[in-house]
Design a protein around this ligand. Structure first.
Ligand code: ADP
Ligand code: MG
Length: 612
């Protein structure tokens, strides 16, 4: 025994129950990390109270003042002290935690906030003759007093963390905290498009400066959401977004997802909601990446606002104190729905590419004349751009270059018809790459190299889907040790992996045997790949790894097999390329998320020359 063992403390105190104030401060540690988390709780309370307008105000990044005003149903005066006590809520009775329809249910927010700042609630319950007010400061409750208020609730939190200097030190600059508040408000505003929101910075007193405003939207869920997204993410997002609406075994996915050509440099425009609750969920983010992996390079990020809805029993929201994470009952199903719905929408979008590309082109082509306001152009209206993308898919079969009609006469006749097709009739090739085509009402400029690369890739993939992937036997089969659960899952998935060229067999004991790997991957670390697959199966119930790796290789091959810039094409070749683009899904962007073509309408061209 160590004679210098000081681990048995002489000063040990007996176990005791902490008082409410201490318990609330501890709870606040989890729930209230920064001003933005307080705002999240208060706005959620306002939404739960059925508010139709919510006003959020803050001063000094929320450090000195946070205030949320709503027109909801209010709180009865005699319940005000209860609202401030721990685990007191009007939203659940505690009997069924798997059937939650409100944002709140833990009954922790108000007492936590009251423990780390000076909190005042003023409220007038619907039907009550007057309003009432209560204040709690550092956990000490004041009396309920009458107060003037016409409707709803005002919750004010002053000097957050002033009593806990340690927490105060962790806060960032006022600017950063204000940014986080705006982020929270916008996420909740997306979740509730029918509710109006304002966000004001009232530093220095007065009405303050409006930082964000979103008027209540009307119409059905999609219309309202689209309007709200236009306000928050901008008209470019909605003009470039695909409407998503899909359902699978009790899970529904709806919302908007932007075309790959409208991608971002960081994951800043990815918004997920589960049963109306904003979440940051690894599974959903992973599924999103999976769905777009084919169209975006690693450093580009899709922009989406997507809503998963399901029976509350199919998802556990009580797994995170701030309720930012959820746990799906059927993770594989939820992931599969997101991946397949998005891939389906991307396929439907066909050769459609981002309209902002055309906008940007127009902007760049605007005459650079000083003092020439006469030539100032409007951007093409979003609806005009939109309708131009909603042309019917042509029924043309993809053609090989060689099989194309060689006679000039036939060509002429065909070219007339080509003008009615979305990508038009090829007229010229510029700089031995760019194809200029004429459409009935405008022109198309195609990056032949990028387009060809994409078409090659799609062709390789469909060949793989038709014929399977050749397998290559390992000289020495690889024996991989793993847990019995992993082995069981891997063997269950083995029949799905075999067509991809990966052959796994039982080996007995705690191992599986890898006999063959996909030939196209060359020499692989078979054990590493098998472990990745096992992890994926455990997390998600299905695996993408092998397919992803194969597609990455196909994409590289497609790139090498493509028309190099600098190759001159004949008219039939160019037209064949345009027709194949029209008939091939995903052909509007190259494998790196860049557009393969841009379109200018006649009206756009006329505007360029000041003709309209
Ligand atoms: P929870 O939201 O989990 O129920 P809170 O501590 O956030 O817990 O709020 C406690 C209770 O106070 C709520 O259940 C609700 O009845 C009431 N309440 C809080 N904020 C409001 C509000 N803005 N309007 C009406 N009632 C409110
Ligand atoms: Mg709450």
């Amino acid at each position: 025994m160590n004679a210098h063992n000081h681990n048995i403390p002489e000063g040990r105190r007996p176990i005791r129950q902490l008082d409410d104030a201490a318990a609330n401060r501890i709870a606040a540690g989890e729930v209230v990390e920064r001003p933005a988390s307080a705002i999240k709780e208060l706005v959620e309370n306002a939404l739960d109270a059925g508010a139709s307008r919510i006003d959020v105000a803050y001063a000094d990044g929320g450090k000195t003042l946070l205030r949320v005003t709503d027109d909801g149903h209010g709180i009865p005066a005699d319940e005000l002290p209860l609202a401030l006590s721990r685990h007191a809520t009007s939203k659940i009775d505690g009997s069924d935690l798997l059937n939650i329809h409100s944002f709140g249910f833990r009954g922790e927010a108000l007492p936590s906030l009251g423990a780390v700042g000076r909190l005042t609630i003023t409220s007038r319950f619907d039907g009550a003759r007057e309003g009432a007010r209560i204040t709690v400061n550092g956990g000490v409750l004041g009396p309920v007093e009458p107060a003037a208020l016409t409707k709803g609730t005002v919750v004010e939190l002053r000097n957050l963390f002033h009593a806990t200097p340690a927490r105060l030190k962790f806060l960032r600059t006022d600017r950063a905290e204000a940014g986080a508040i705006a982020d929270v408000v916008k996420r909740l505003a997306m979740a509730e498009p029918h509710v109006g929101f304002t966000l004001r910075d009232v530093s220095g007193g007065g009405e303050g400066k409006v930082k964000f405003r979103a008027d209540p939207e009307t119409g059905d869920m999609f219309d309202a959401l689209q309007g709200r997204l236009r306000t928050i993410l901008g008209p470019d997002f909605t003009a470039n977004a695909m409407r998503i609406d899909a359902e699978r075994e009790g899970y529904r996915l709806s919302g908007y997802a932007a075309l790959p050509t409208y991608s971002r440099g960081a994951a800043v425009a990815q918004f997920f909601f589960v049963n109306g609750r904003p979440v940051r969920d690894k599974l959903l983010i992973g599924a999103l990446r999976g769905a777009y992996s084919d169209f975006l390079s690693r450093d580009r990020h899709p922009a989406v606002a997507l809503f998963v809805s399901c029976d509350p029993e199919l998802v556990d929201v009580n797994v995170h104190p701030a309720k930012a994470e959820v746990r799906f009952r059927e993770p594989g199903l939820a992931r599969g729905l997101v991946v397949s719905a998005l891939k389906h929408a991307l396929a439907e979008a066909g050769h459609r590419a981002s309209s902002t590309v055309a906008d940007a082109t127009l902007g760049a082509m605007r005459p650079q004349m000083p003092h020439a306001p006469v030539y100032q152009m409007d951007r093409p209206s979003q609806s005009a751009l939109r309708s131009s993308y909603q042309l019917q898919q042509p029924t043309y079969e993809p053609q090989g270059f060689a099989e194309f009609p060689p006679s000039g006469r036939v060509e002429e006749v065909i070219e007339q018809d080509f003008e009615d097709l979305p990508l038009g009739a090829a007229r010229a090739q510029l700089h031995e790459n760019y194809i200029v085509a004429q459409t009935r009402d405008g022109m198309i400029l195609v990056d032949a190299h990028a387009a060809h690369e994409r078409l090659n890739y799609e062709r390789l993939k469909s060949r793989m889907a038709d014929n399977g992937v050749p397998a290559q036997a390992l000289l020495i089969p690889e024996i991989v040790e793993m847990s019995p659960d992993d082995i069981a899952r891997l063997l269950a998935a083995a029949p799905d992996l075999a067509p991809l060229g990966l052959t796994i067999e039982p080996f007995g004991g705690n191992a599986v045997c890898v006999r063959e790997t996909p030939a196209i991957l060359g020499e692989v670390d078979a054990a590493g790949m098998i472990r990745d697959i096992a992890d994926e199966l455990a997390d998600l119930g299905q695996t993408q790894t092998v397919k992803d790796r194969i597609e990455a290789i196909l994409s590289r091959i497609a790139c090498h097999g493509s028309i190099r810039t600098g190759r001159r094409m004949s008219a039939p070749e160019m037209n064949a390329l345009l027709r194949e683009m029209e008939a091939t899904p995903y052909s509007g962007q190259c494998n790196h998320g860049r557009p393969t073509y841009v379109e200018l309408k006649m009206t756009d061209i006329e505007r360029l020359f000041g003709r309209s």
